[in-house]
Design a protein around this ligand. Sequence first.
Ligand SMILES: Nc1ncnc2c1ncn2[C@@H]1O[C@H](COP(=O)(O)OP(=O)(O)O)[C@@H](O)[C@H]1O
Ligand SMILES: [Mg+2]
Length: 242
Amino acid sequence: MIDISRVTKRYGASVAVKEVSLTVAAGQTMVLIGPSGSGKTTLLKMINRMVDFDEGSIRVNGLDIAGADPVALRRGIGYVIQQIGLLPHFSVSDNISFVLRLLGQPKPLRDERAEALARLVGLPPEVLVKRPFQLSGGQQQRVGVARALAADPAIILMDEPFGAVDPITRRKLQDMILELQERMRKTIVFVTHDMQEALTLGHRVAVLDRGELVWQDTAAATAESEQPFVRELIGATGRCAR
Ligand SMILES: Nc1ncnc2c1ncn2[C@@H]1O[C@H](COP(=O)(O)OP(=O)(O)O)[C@@H](O)[C@H]1O
Ligand SMILES: [Mg+2]
């Protein structure tokens, strides 16, 4: 469970995130949506302490993260981004199991785990020995998700992970996330600026506008919202979840 309480982040005179309070229940997917510059990435990165905040508090499974060791904290939190950051000289298998290597696991165990994770995210086993550049964009994103799952974290943060792929691939990747959630029930915070994606993936949807939380509710209630800013976002990308 993630409990964000009145959190504010400033960059000089400008406020990136303003007094945001938000609770993400265990096993649920919370989607953060808002236009570019609304504070989505900043809010996400505060959860694993890649960005420190100025005011408020964040608790992860009851632990106040301000006093936590960032490295230990991040071990329990998977992180997936659009730019993936796969290591070009490593095989797909070694990329997926990279964190296990840091944790000192022996190679045979890592390979076994990478194979299971590849299957889980819908990658054919023959890609395991390839290099990342030999994969399609969609496959690379699947590797990014598999890598985030390697140490079996309870929480996964995803920052516009599917922003750069074509619409058909994007739907497939969204289906993969839905299937994973059905099976694994992770606590996921997923950032997007696409309302279709938000309504498809989120149990709940939180809307940011210029650093402020202006709406949060279930996906169903969000789809029916009369709030003008929410309606605007729905109008921009379609109201239908599927
Ligand atoms: N490292 C930084 N230094 C200064 N300003 C920043 C920094 N990171 C983000 N900002 C500012 O904070 C605001 C929110 O940014 P961000 O969280 O990246 O928004 P989003 O992810 O919704 O596009 C923006 O105005 C952005 O310019
Ligand atoms: Mg961002």
